[in-house]
Design a protein around this ligand. Sequence first.
Ligand code: 13P
Length: 336
Amino acid sequence: MNLEQLNKIANHMTAPGTGILAADESSGTIKKRFDSINVQSTETNRRNWRELLFRTEQAMKDYIGGVILFDETLRQKSDDGTPLVKLIENSDAIPGIKVDTGAKDMAAFAGEKITSGLDGLRDRMQEYYQLGARFAKWRAVIEIDDVRPSNACVIANCHALARYAAICQEAQIVPIVEPEVLMDGGHSIDRCAEVTMAALKTLFMELHTQGVKLEGIVLKPNMAISGKKCAHQAGVEEVAEKTVAVLKASVPAAVPGIAFLSGGQSDLEATAHLNAMNAGFDLPWNLTFSYGRALQAAPLAAWAGSNIAAGQAAFAHRAKMNSLASKGEWNEAMEG
Ligand code: 13P
């Protein structure tokens, strides 16, 4: 393993002003997104949508350091025969691959999930590297309420994340390590902070046990945030303050970059929260975005299956807003 090279890649993807485009929706998820704009989820339409994003050249060059792909996209060619991976590389962004095979129901712990995909992963990694992937993603899903998550759920998911991360680094691929505490539910921001802290502390213990080098990972956490159905919704400053407190207490400074998921926040919330953290706090890591919905919802609606220019303009705008937020230089008036 060349740790210096892994560290360089992790820093490239999360450098101030830069973030990650999560375009790795599985077949089921992309179908749901396409249903919302009445577009059929065919292989060609999925290709066209993602090609539109990757061909938004200036925004890709200026604001996007990495793109997470689904297996299908890693193998697809654009209309003119250029591999989609090449389009990403041409804009100086790094292609990555989602390698988990989804969150499955846990045995003995009803209502909780364990992410699968470790079997055969070591062999799959070799092929992904050949196809151009230089980083990977694995997402653990942690449900939250008064009693969940169980220790069993947190420990099993963090153990799997650590084993995945070790396999990635062995293959000279930077692991994005994503323990997502869901926003769904009526829990308070403090409950979210408590569970997120416990998950992150467990995660870093497991990463250490499995020999993962922290200088060569990117952490992709949720923010500490009120549950969607909580009567009291914490404001921007409280989210920023509590999220930073959790991260500072649980994420070693050796980690080069932290890139948040958006998790169902509105576009503006996701941007405002990231901005408040970068503007208000002195942080030992790069702190940026790895958004799926918060980067794609607006352009997807603008495109609606045919309007490429409108889709690209909307994507360029959101990418620019989040880039500014990654430097603490955004304000709402810039939304136009
Ligand atoms: P969202 O930003 O839509 O939560 O997606 C990010 C992601 O990659 C989840 O795994």
